[in-house]
Design a protein around this ligand. Structure first.
Ligand code: TPP
Ligand code: SF4
Ligand code: MG
Length: 360
């Protein structure tokens, strides 16, 4: 470091260069700001997924991906299946990603991630590989690649952003779409009350692979979500996270209500938050006062047909969805008592670095 006298000489030279008199010894120094001055400066130092991308207002998937990338830190590589996340973050020639990122096919994010992980291992590198897919790319078309990746025990964290339909191509139903939801390929009308089939219980299928760690998370509980990502990052071997990510366009809810919709999804029991290790349940987010499912459904236009007073089928479908939520609550033992086991500590201490480190 330069001696103090050199610094003040240099400062005085600069002042004279800009037509200002030399600083007198008693002149007060400019104050160094102690608190963030702008919203940008208040953001975390490292953001693997930057702002300025083209997701819709209130997009749960964009929020989920940002939270995942913040917790994962800079030493990662991403394989991203075709879908909304890929499309809104990389309109050629721009990209919102600040980490190495590969666009895979719709169906093979896990296979591409497996290859990346093997190549890194051969080079003796510890960089963690993240594999991303939507529910269509995971529950449906990419499932074979995912199952293979888990079975071969690749050291990859697979994250599926579950917005419960094929949103990028115009809201077609997937096997993750809930029963009764209306989509462009399961429209509610005279013939049927939206989707006839049940939402696939993917987490149970993942559990059957007996991988070290699998969990569900929600954008309504960011501290819980980030804790799960940090935990998975520290595990050697395949890990899996499904994140409930409301889509205002496809779910037809107010874009300002994304978090509220997600929260009610958890509070009614339709989207349980659980953790599994080697296939066994190890932790749950307890629900102390479960809401009726109607509290969750009424905020979303995709379930509007369930609230028609003149249609006897509406009550039957509401009862059916309530039974599904009750089943989840009983199966996972979600009725909570005692102290909330969800750890929200350490969220602010996530290790960050990369291109923006030290800027604020
Ligand atoms: C083999 C193949 N079939 C169909 C498509 C068209 N396609 C691109 S994205 C997409 C839907 C993606 O849905 P999802 O994985 O749920 O992601 P989201 O857009 O909802 O985030 C489809 C059908 C494709 N790219 N490749
Ligand atoms: S369609 Fe849905 S998932 Fe896609 S960018 Fe818009 S809000 Fe997000
Ligand atoms: Mg989807």
């Amino acid at each position: 470091m330069a001696p103090r006298s050199d610094t003040s000489t240099r400062l005085n030279e600069l002042r004279m260069k800009h037509g200002r008199p030399p600083a007198s010894p008693g002149e007060p120094k400019a104050e160094t700001p102690q608190t963030p001055q702008t919203l940008r400066e208040a953001q975390p130092r490292f953001r693997g997924l930057e702002s300025g991308h083209r997701a819709c207002q209130g997009c749960g998937e964009a929020l989920a991906a940002r939270l995942v990338m913040e917790s994962a830190g800079p030493d990662v590589m991403v394989a991203n299946a075709t879908g909304c996340l890929e499309v809104f973050s990389t309109p050629w020639p721009q990209s919102a990603w600040r980490v190495p990122w590969i666009h895979s096919l719709f169906e093979n994010s896990a296979a591409v991630a497996s290859g990346m992980e093997s190549a890194l291992k051969a080079q003796g590198k510890n960089t963690k590989v993240l594999s991303f897919g939507g529910d269509g790319g995971t529950y449906d078309i990419g499932f074979q690649a995912l199952s293979g990746m888990l079975e071969r025990h690749h050291n990859v964290l697979y994250v599926t952003y579950d917005n419960e339909a094929y949103m990028n191509t115009g809201i077609q139903r997937s096997s993750s779409t809930p029963h009764s939801a209306t989509t462009t390929t399961s429209p509610a009308g005279k013939e049927r009350m939206g989707k006839r089939h049940l939402k696939k219980d993917l987490l149970s299928i993942i559990a059957a692979h007996h991988i070290p760690y699998a969990a569900s998370a929600s954008v309504a509980y960011p501290a819980d979500l980030q804790r799960k990502v940090r935990y998975a990052m520290g595990v050697e071997g395949p890990t899996f996270l499904v994140i409930h990510s409301p889509c205002p366009l496809g779910w037809k809810h107010d874009s300002a209500l994304t978090i509220e919709v997600a929260r009610r999804g958890v509070e009614c029991g339709l989207f349980p938050l659980v953790e599994l290790e080697r296939g066994a349940l190890t932790n749950i987010m307890p629900i102390r006062n479960p809401r009726p499912v109607s509290d969750y459904l009424e905020l979303q236009g995709r379930f509007a047909h369930l609230f028609r007073k003149d249609d006897y089928r509406a009550t039957e479908e509401l009862d059916h969805l309530q039974a599904l939520a009750d089943h989840n609550i009983a199966t996972y033992g979600l009725r909570g008592e005692g102290i909330d086991p969800v750890d929200t500590t350490g969220v602010a201490q996530v290790k960050r670095g990369g291109p923006l480190a030290g800027r604020n």
